[in-house]
Design a protein around this ligand. Structure first.
Ligand code: TRP
Ligand code: ZN
Length: 516
């Protein structure tokens, strides 16, 4: 990261993806030894005539070690669904001691199941108050004494501890998980970093509500997703309680421990907008967030009512992650990314509808998060600075995707390089999941649809998408069906081209075509 001077907003949007991609470092480190979605039906009790337990046990299955993601076989788990996490954590500045209580609903008769957890020691596991066996290898394997009947919720308590840290990212971007800020700690977990601080079914397909109770040494504060419901200043430190009543994907749970200034505002409709600024964050960086209430109102008009009860920004002074993440109800920003100005603020807010409320069912569909967040950013530019500002964003993004400036030899040579660097947004590489194409060509996909469908139908498309899948999951195929419903087969074909073809489609209305 050099020392970028504050760019204009127009440069900003391209830079958003540039800064993120410039930080791409480690290759994928998925463990090939973890088999995806396998179940087996071997019996645990084979003696005939020993009653119904034997018969049901014979059908019991092992929960798979992955949920079936097309890019990351080890992410999430099969055989059950978590509906609520209650995390009781104690952090002394080094060691994290956790008691995680998960409400687990088996989807099949389950003789064992797995949870995603990395770098922690497990002290013990209980199911409905009874100690059960476990095994901790790549993942935590829980071994109930008797198979768990499908559909019957159980309470699984995991007692764990360790020194949390960040880990290499399976998606190729900078390290994820538990990070250090200048004088505190925070998490950034997309896609797999939540494993570093609590056991979970770590995939957006399994969202759940969260309660957090975190005890920290006196003088430190804890902020998280949802609303703060309690503060207990005890003799062994301060205990903060946070509740998130809408379902969250594990990677989207915000957490920061530090010393914050709380600044409260609200929208006209009464949605609280509460920012937490690390005390080191200066006035000019804080000012970038001033228009969030107005932004929230603008996006609510476009995408339908804001999906959650509260919103805010958590702004951290850290050298570690020059990025922002759309953590649910409380987006997390490292101060370095604020060189992008209001663009990044709009981007993370738009994600609350697209990514957080409407979540991907598979990481291969991540353009549904990033492309929509980028388009939200562009629409904010249009709203605040006019149609030319939007066109400026579109032209700059198109040129970047067409390889402008990549080759000194010729534009055509640049475009050849761009075709390697920027795969179509609908088929991103696992080890560079957040490459610029899911952002910029994702955003261009929506703009091309807008030009084809015209504004009334396009806005109906955005709002219907957000509303139909509110608090749920969706796939690219669902999006294409909606495009076809609203715009017909030709609009669908146009969208497919933008999402999947290796050639960059033209935007004739703006005179944009790939060189050559
Ligand atoms: N979703 C983030 C954004 O564009 C980018 C991102 C992906 C990220 N993985 C991350 C940020 C890990 C921080 C850490 O808004
Ligand atoms: Zn994003």
């Amino acid at each position: 990261m050099g020392e970028p001077k504050r760019p204009s907003l127009r440069q900003g949007l391209v830079a958003l993806a540039l800064i993120l991609s410039a930080c791409s470092a480690s290759p994928a480190d998925t463990d090939p030894s973890i088999a995806p979605a396998s179940t087996d039906a071997t019996s645990t009790t084979s003696s005939a005539g020993s009653g119904s337990t034997a018969t049901t046990s014979a059908l019991a299955q092992q929960g798979a070690s992955g949920i079936g993601d097309s890019l990351f076989a080890a992410l999430g788990n099969g055989g059950y669904d978590v509906s609520h996490y209650s995390l009781d954590l104690e952090f002394d500045g080094e060691t994290l001691a956790g008691l995680a209580t998960l409400r687990v609903v088996p989807q099949v008769l389950l003789k064992s199941f797995q949870l995603d957890l990395t770098g922690m020691t497990v002290v013990g596991v209980e199911i409905d108050g009874k100690v059960v066996g476990f095994d901790l290898a790549e993942e935590l394997i829980v071994l109930p004494a008797e198979p768990l009947p499908a559909g019957q919720a159980v309470s699984v308590v995991i007692d764990y501890r360790g020194t949390p840290s960040s880990i290499p990212n399976v998606a190729g971007r900078f390290r994820v998980g538990w990070h250090k800020s200048v004088d505190g700690w925070f998490v950034l977990s997309e896609p797999a970093g939540a494993d570093t601080w609590f056991p979970s079914n770590n995939h957006p397909l399994d969202k759940a509500t969260f309660s957090l109770e975190v005890t920290v040494p006196d003088g430190l504060e804890v902020v998280s997703s949802g609303v703060m419901t309690g503060l207990d200043l005890g003799t062994d430190g301060a205990t903060y309680t946070w509740e998130a009543s809408d379902p969250i994907a594990p990677y989207l749970v915000a957490l920061a421990i530090g010393d914050f200034d709380r600044v409260e505002d609200s929208t006209v409709a009464g949605v609280p907008v509460v920012n937490y600024f690390d005390r080191h964050v200066g006035a000019s960086d804080r000012a970038i967030f001033d228009r969030q209430p107005e932004m929230l109102e603008f996006f609510s008009g476009l995408f339908g009512d804001y999906p959650f009860d509260v919103y805010g920004a958590l702004v951290l002074e850290t050298e570690q992650v020059p990025a922002a993440l759309e953590t649910q109800t409380l987006s997390t920003f490292g101060t370095q990314i604020l060189v992008l100005g209001e663009a990044v603020v709009a981007h993370e807010l738009a994600h609350q509808w697209f990514g957080d409320s409407v979540s991907v069912a598979d990481w291969g569909d991540v353009w549904l998060n990033e492309g929509f967040a980028v388009y939200g950013q562009w629409m904010w530019a249009e709203y605040t600075r006019g149609a030319e500002a939007l066109d400026g964003e579109v032209v700059a993004a198109y040129r970047a995707m067409a390889g402008a400036g990549l080759s000194s030899a010729s534009e055509a040579a640049g475009y050849e390089q761009a075709r390697d660097l920027f795969p179509p947004p609908g088929s991103p590489p696992a080890d560079d999941l957040f490459n610029q194409s899911v952002y910029l060509r994702g955003g261009l996909t929506l703009h091309a649809l807008r030009l084809r469908l015209e504004d009334p139908i396009f806005f109906e498309l955005l709002e219907t998408w957000a509303m139909e899948h509110r608090h749920g999951n969706a796939r690219t195929g669902d999006f294409l069906e909606l495009v076809e419903d609203l715009g017909g087969g030709e609009a669908r074909a146009l969208a497919e081209d933008w999402i999947f073809s290796s050639d960059l489609p033209p935007i004739d209305e703006l005179g944009l075509r790939p060189p050559g």
